[in-house]
Design a protein around this ligand. Structure first.
Ligand code: SF4
Length: 369
């Protein structure tokens, strides 16, 4: 029984050892840095009990005003490309944009990053999925937890059947599919076999495992994040059961020591970090140390300020475009024209983001190093 690894430390160590071996055979030894590109603070649903956006719902009245400016989204996307990070997916709450608007953003992001994007923007209907073309490569269903009783309390308004429909329809359309799971919502070890069945039944291409980030103002604010070895154990079982699947592991800044165990357990990529707050400072460097001591090679950088500033290029061995090449998608002329129209504002935003990083880095460096 898979879940026995959580009751026997020797079994857990053996599972991690096996997952690490499988991972290296199938995926090699590199690891990607992933960035969920956030599009809006709005969510029509707004009642998922763990979600930061649910705490903002009473404050926000206008979905249009809650949108992030397109030049800010594009500036972040361009800087991610420069430092070798992948856009994990475009992310927004339900009802922030309609499908043609999301398509336009996806086209612009795909154009500036030269890669198709994944969408994590709610359960899209079939006719909405039809709007998209080669600017997207996959869709994510926010399952969060497979435990039905917890799910009905924690995500009362986004039922699983509608998400499953989207995953099926996306597969029929030739898209990749993935899910997000938040570990630490109260699920039990007995739920894990059902999670493995779910991954198998829907032939998922990707799973993102977040550890609970107990946001202030939510019912979880005094809950602990899950144990590092629990998160690693779930990831190891996923890697062992699904050698080819892409696994992304997410921890918040206060859980950075979880990274090493997640890497040994077989994650392909790391996510959930506040990029512009920790790039180049002790936290960004800590992520790189965790990667180094798991004997993995990093794609991109979390610390090289010269690369972020555009004064220097990444080494070939950490260059995303060389190590993980994909065909650049075709996008509409109107999307390209719009990027050109925003160019000056995109450059200003990039400068602002870099200035913010430099400010935090120099403050930290005076204080810490
Ligand atoms: S649907 Fe997504 S964005 Fe909206 S409240 Fe739930 S988790 Fe948050």
């Amino acid at each position: 029984m898979d879940e026995d690894i959580f009751y026997d430390s020797q079994l857990l160590l053996k599972a991690i050892e096996r997952a690490d071996r499988i991972h290296r055979e199938v995926h090699g030894d590199y690891v990607t840095l992933e960035r969920a590109l956030f599009l809006s603070w709005w969510c029509d649903i707004g009642d998922c009990r763990f979600c930061y956006m649910s705490t903002q719902k009473p404050r926000l009245k206008d979905p249009i005003k809650a949108r992030r400016k397109p030049w800010s989204i594009l500036a972040e996307a361009e800087l991610c490309s420069r430092i070798g990070w992948r856009i994990e997916f475009l992310s927004s709450g339900y009802g922030s944009y309609d499908a043609p608007e999301i398509k336009e953003i996806a086209e612009m992001v795909a154009f500036v990053t030269r890669r198709p994007v994944w969408l994590n923007i709610g359960a899209l209907k079939k006719e909405e999925l039809e709007v998209f073309g080669e600017e997207i490569c996959g869709v994510i269903g926010s399952i969060e937890t497979i435990n039905e009783e917890i799910r009905s309390r924690v995500c009362p308004s986004k039922p699983i059947p509608r998400i499953i429909e989207m995953l099926d329809e996306a597969k029929d359309k030739g898209l990749k599919t993935g899910i997000t799971i938040i570990l630490g919502l109260g699920e039990t070890i007995e739920d894990i076999p059902r999670l493995m069945d779910f991954i198998s039944d829907f032939k998922l291409d990707r799973v993102t495992y977040y550890s609970l980030n107990p946001h202030t103002g939510t019912i979880f604010e005094n809950s602990p994040s899950p144990a590092s070895l629990y998160q690693a154990g779930v990831i190891a079982l996923t890697r062992i059961n699904f050698p080819k699947i892409e696994i992304i592991g997410g921890t918040w800044v206060d859980q950075l020591p979880n990274i090493g165990p997640m890497l040994l357990a077989g994650v392909n990529g790391l996510t959930k970090y506040p990029l512009f707050n920790i790039f180049g400072n002790k936290y960004g460097k800590k992520v790189e140390e965790e990667i180094k001591f798991a004997n993995r090679k990093i794609i991109g950088t979390f610390s090289d300020i010269e690369v972020l500033m555009g004064n220097k290029k990444l080494n070939e061995s950490s260059d995303l475009y060389r190590m993980l090449p994909v065909k650049a998608p075709k996008v509409s002329k109107s999307a390209v024209d719009k990027v050109n129209y925003f160019r000056e504002r995109i450059e200003d935003m990039k400068e602002n983001y870099i200035k913010g990083v430099l400010g935090k880095t120099s403050r930290k460096s005076t204080k810490v190093f």
